[in-house]
Write a protein that binds this ligand. Structure first.
Ligand SMILES: NC(=O)c1ccc[n+]([C@@H]2O[C@H](COP(=O)([O-])OP(=O)(O)OC[C@H]3O[C@@H](n4cnc5c(N)ncnc54)[C@H](O)[C@@H]3O)[C@@H](O)[C@H]2O)c1
Length: 323
């Protein structure tokens, strides 16, 4: 049994990981300021605190933890372009506070494929060059670097897990995605098809891809949760630090995703064409071989399973976590 601090554990991915860790018998403490997260997403021990408050982090660290999984961050790419300082503060200062207060404690970091920038290969392996094209990706690349420097100084091991497109909802039907605003494709497509949101905008239909729309690698939130457990177990066993790309290794175009949503709902997804967005690459697909080899992790859910679970959640919870 590990004592694990989960930051941002009332958020979408953090709460899925916290629930899995608790089901596996670990002692989980969630810290979240509820700025984006939902109290109903996690029914275990919760400390409501802002990780920008160094005293609050020091107080929390007086308890003993065997590991930290750090999900808390701001994660809207467009907003990061408008408000870069806010992103550098929100995505680096809490990590600095945690590392200072919890010397020697292993950290698993929520990172992202946005650390790479524009892909130079069809599928991205961990050693692909990093050249983020927005402040969000740059803050996550810096967070990885901070943890690598800390590990090199012997002050704590780390695992940076770079998710591609997180999607889907828990099998129990009680938990799912509820971002405000929602910027992710699958929940937006479902909301548009159910008439709860305006028609979806597809940003560019003239890319050099099979159907002209962008191709992304969608990975189920429960698969991501499992990867965090594997990463933490590796570090707790004394395994070496590193970065791992988490995706299925299989890309799906925006049009394919809409087709899958239409099949699952039996209703069309209204959409209209918009211009390409700057910094949007045509392909973003993971090469997940290292995660398979080092973490014995492989995504189990495919696109139909991801979409079916998301549709179930959105049908049953038209207002997300709001009753
Ligand atoms: N959703 C994706 O597709 C995706 C892809 C790649 C990486 N990520 C990363 O995964 C992590 C989780 O993403 P998510 O989609 O679950 O986001 P989310 O917004 O649902 O969860 C983040 C949680 O952190 C909390 N939080 C933020 N700042 C805090 C602070 N200063 N103190 C305490 N709590 C704070 C929020 O209240 C929220 O509950 C983020 O770090 C994000 O960058 C997400």
């Amino acid at each position: 049994m590990l004592r694990i601090l989960v930051t941002g554990g009332c958020g979408y991915i953090g709460s899925a990981a916290a629930r899995l860790l608790a089901r596996e018998g670990h002692a989980v403490t969630v810290v979240d300021d509820l700025s984006e997260g939902h109290r109903q997403a996690w029914d275990g021990e919760l400390v409501v605190a802002d990780l920008l408050d160094e005293d609050a982090v020091r107080k929390l660290a007086q308890r003993r933890f065997d590991g930290v999984i750090h999900f808390a961050a701001r994660a809207y790419v467009g907003e990061s372009v408008q408000q870069p300082l806010r992103y550098w503060r929100a995505n680096l200062v809490p990590l600095i506070h945690l590392c200072a207060a919890l010397e020697g404690v292993p950290v698993v970091l929520s990172s992202t494929c946005a650390v790479f920038g524009l892909p130079q290969a069809p599928a991205l392996a961990e050693d692909h060059p990093q050249a983020p094209v927005n402040p969000y990706g740059a803050t996550k690349a810096a967070a990885e670097r901070l943890l690598a420097d800390r590990a090199a100084a012997g002050q704590g091991a780390y695992a940076a897990l770079r998710y591609f497109n997180a999607a889907g909802a828990d099998a129990d039907g009680r938990h799912g995605e509820d971002h405000r605003p929602e910027t992710h494709l699958i929940p937006r497509a479902i909301a548009a098809a159910l008439g709860r949101a305006p028609a979806l905008t597809i940003y560019g239909a003239d890319w050099d891809t099979p159907d002209g729309t962008c191709v992304r690698d969608f990975v189920h939130v429960e698969d991501l949760a499992a990867a965090h457990l594997r990463a933490l177990e590796r570090l707790a066993r004394g395994g070496s630090s590193g970065c791992w790309n988490l995706g299925t290794g299989r890309g799906h175009s925006v049009r394919e995703v809409l087709g899958e949503v239409e099949r699952a709902l039996g209703a069309p997804v209204p959409w209209n064409g918009g211009p390409r967005r700057p910094g949007d690459p045509p392909y973003l697909v993971a090469q997940p071989a290292r995660a398979r080899a080092d973490l014995s992790w492989q995504a189990r859910h495919d696109l139909p399973s991801i979409v079916a679970s998301a549709v179930g959640w959105h049908r049953r919870h038209p207002n997300g976590y709001t009753p």
